[in-house]
Design a protein around this ligand. Sequence first.
Ligand code: SAM
Length: 225
Amino acid sequence: MPTDMTPGRWQHTGDYLDTVFGRADGHLAGLMPRAVEAGIPDIAVSASVGRMLLCLARLVEARLIVEVGTLAGYSGIWLARGLAEGGRMLTIEPNDLHANFAQRAFEGAGVADRVEVVRGFGTPELERLAGEMPGAADLVFLDAIKTEYPDYLPHAKKLLRTGGLLVADNMLGGGGGGDWWIDAPPGQNASRDAADRVNRLVAADDGFEAFCVPLREGVLVARKR
Ligand SMILES: C[S@@+](CC[C@H](N)C(=O)[O-])C[C@H]1O[C@@H](n2cnc3c(N)ncnc32)[C@H](O)[C@@H]1O
């Protein structure tokens, strides 16, 4: 953890942002506590990251969103609420407990008519979708296995339309800000090294205009040129 982001101050900033920007309805606010009771880990994005996802979807007038890593449907509900009229979201999840819970969560949030839970793994499903409908997605959100992000990247890029957004969580840290942080030396944590690799690949790629928001554990946002 960098010295100017001491855990207490960082947590305080995150809590402030969630309180001010993360306003959510009762269904969304109670979702992760219900998920934890059902045996699902408490590793969803924060409310303020959720708000950012909704805003980004609205900014690109998203008609097709692809999410990798559904968990309990928390980020998916924020994203689905940002869809344009008639839009749809595919969310990829290999774990049946998570996928079944998320399906019910989408129904409870009133977005199940526009969301499809795709049961499968990120790399092959992204590759399949990119082959079937290249250039069709307005927004691709990566939030699954960090060491697989380098494999997701070329398929996500192919799947995006020009002007579409690649958004990826955990690009500065993981495990609640404690397990690893991006300023650690390379070679000690595979997730840190994968995030660093993807940040640098995307930043150096003339096919993207990219920035990384230091919100919670870091969110990469890259617009496909
Ligand atoms: C960090 S959680 C996703 C959180 C969710 N996006 C949210 O913020 O509400 C990661 C999810 O990825 C799923 N997952 C695990 N391996 C995966 C893989 N190879 N491809 C896609 N998803 C995977 C896990 O089961 C878990 O539900």
